[in-house]
Design a protein around this ligand. Structure first.
Ligand SMILES: O=C(O)c1cc(=O)[nH]c(=O)n1[C@@H]1O[C@H](COP(=O)(O)O)[C@@H](O)[C@H]1O
Length: 230
């Protein structure tokens, strides 16, 4: 687990919103309660990639959640292009060929996170997708491969964070979505944990979307999550 001086940096707010205007309005409402924002498909394909550069230029940290997975050359060049965006994190799916290509394309300052098994999957979903291993074993296998390849961090659910930490050692990042403050809806997430419990199992960062984006007072929810993570 890395030393993180400012507990706000442990919370990554997922800007899963339909427009740059909506994202900027949310960031204004949250104010100084958050320092780290994630831009994924929904916002990225609606002008969010330019917003990523603007947020980074303002000193905010940016996680580009592109979840790349393609032939090696395409992944390598895609990661190389994203290396100029000012983002701190970029995701790829944790397939060995994809991870090796991402490491080749990685520029200074950009950390590659490998998504092990999506937090919306349980064992039945993994079987339906053709995998012969339960989720926990698939996560462990992919974490070991990611560490061997030199990936900077892993995305998994907090339920696997303890075993992933034992596999990858203290220096690689563990980033966990599927985080739900007590009493909030899981929605389509299947492997969920509260922020406080996730912190106890040694995560570095949590990713939280709908519990903040859908809140009447997103700033207050962000502050409460940071307090649980501190
Ligand atoms: O890579 C991710 O960020 C990710 C990986 C994963 O396994 N599960 C997962 O939910 N995510 C992302 O984390 C965010 C979770 O959002 P909420 O479920 O609304 O908190 C979404 O933006 C997802 O795309």
């Amino acid at each position: 687990m890395t030393e993180i001086a400012d507990p706000r940096d442990r919370l990554i707010v997922a800007l899963d919103l339909p427009s740059v205007q909506a994202a900027e309005a949310l960031i204004d409402r949250i104010g100084d309660a958050a320092t780290f924002y994630k831009i994924g498909y929904q916002l990225g394909y609606a002008g969010g990639l330019a917003l990523a550069e603007r947020l980074a230029a303002r000193g905010l940290k940016v996680f580009l959640d592109l979840k790349l997975h393609d032939i090696g050359n395409t992944v390598e060049e895609g990661v190389r292009s994203a290396s100029g965006s000012g983002a701190t994190f970029l995701t790829v799916h944790a397939y060995p060929q994809t991870m090796r290509a991402a490491v080749r394309g990685r520029g200074a300052g950009l950390k590659i996170l490998a998504v092990t098994v999506l937090t919306s999957y349980d064992d039945a979903d993994a079987a339906e997708a053709g995998y012969g291993l339960p989720v926990a074993e698939l996560v462990a296998k992919r974490a070991a491969q990611a560490a061997e390849i030199g990936i900077d961090g892993l995305v998994c659910s907090a339920a696997e964070a303890g075993s992933v930490r034992r596999i990858v050692g203290p220096d690689r990042l563990i980033v966990t979505p599927g985080i739900r403050p007590a009493g909030t809806e899981a929605g389509d997430q299947k492997r969920v944990m509260t922020p406080g419990d996730a912190r106890k199992v040694g995560i570095d960062h949590v990713v939280v979307g709908r519990p903040i984006t859908g809140a009447a007072d997103p700033r207050a929810v962000a502050q409460a999550i940071v307090a649980e993570l501190a």
